[in-house]
Design a protein around this ligand. Sequence first.
Ligand SMILES: Cc1cc2nc3c(=O)[nH]c(=O)nc-3n(C[C@H](O)[C@H](O)[C@H](O)COP(=O)(O)OP(=O)(O)OC[C@H]3O[C@@H](n4cnc5c(N)ncnc54)[C@H](O)[C@@H]3O)c2cc1C
Length: 236
Amino acid sequence: MLVKVTEVEHYTDRLFRFKTERPVSFRFAAGEFTMVGIEKQNQTIPKRAYSMTSGPYDDFIEFLSIKVADGPLTSILQNIKVGDEIYVGDKPTGTLTIANLELGGNLWLLATGTGIAPYVSILRDPDLFKSFDRVNVVWTTRLISEQVCFKDLITKTASNFYSSITREESDLKGRIQHLIKDEIILKNACPSNDKIMICGSIDFNNEMKEYFNNKGWNEGNKKMAGTFVQERAFVS
Ligand SMILES: Cc1cc2nc3c(=O)[nH]c(=O)nc-3n(C[C@H](O)[C@H](O)[C@H](O)COP(=O)(O)OP(=O)(O)OC[C@H]3O[C@@H](n4cnc5c(N)ncnc54)[C@H](O)[C@@H]3O)c2cc1C
């Protein structure tokens, strides 16, 4: 479907956020993704997977996007303006949803970079805080400016927010793997009490999947809820 862009905000030379109108027929579960594209005459531009950052009940659709200098989609998508039309696929899907997790105890949302996108949607879902005793958000980016887009929103939720930076000085520094090793996060965690969601680069997802599998967590999917989930479309 083609939808009209209603808001665009740029943060860095690698990151922007945009909103569109939301047709009433567009429904999804928090954490799912859809295909996004742009149509230009005489040009074939590929559609790419994007996680919604808007909540399932919001009256807008929102996305957070990387800008890849020579990226087939984002080199063009980054120039969209309010009033333009973009393509948003009407069949959202995905495995990174609360429905695929065993409920209760602590929830840990682990993200690197734009991997925060599906968690923003999940944090906007009013059902979330009824499903877990404590919600923890762990977000690592290279730069502080890469968290401006959603830092305030996350801070205002009832979650416990660990904001970590890898390439600049900050209160908390380092990759998520190091925060786990140093017991800053997930100290004394166990599969029965700590449910994990993983979303980041392919390398990060694969590393985390191996780590949690080796420690006794089991991956959930649409058929059977588990103690950790990740977006399967991201991993090898
Ligand atoms: C399930 C799923 C959900 C996704 N959700 C999002 C999202 O919410 N926001 C988003 O920006 N992207 C998301 N992506 C990535 C997105 O589909 C595109 O890859 C991205 O928009 C770049 O498109 P492109 O055609 O310009 O470049 P591509 O040809 O797709 O990518 C070129 C290179 O850029 C790098 N790259 C691509 N995407 C990213 C990224 N997000 N962060 C860091 N490096 C990247 C990779 O090294 C890649 O090889 C998602 C991908 C999947 C599979």
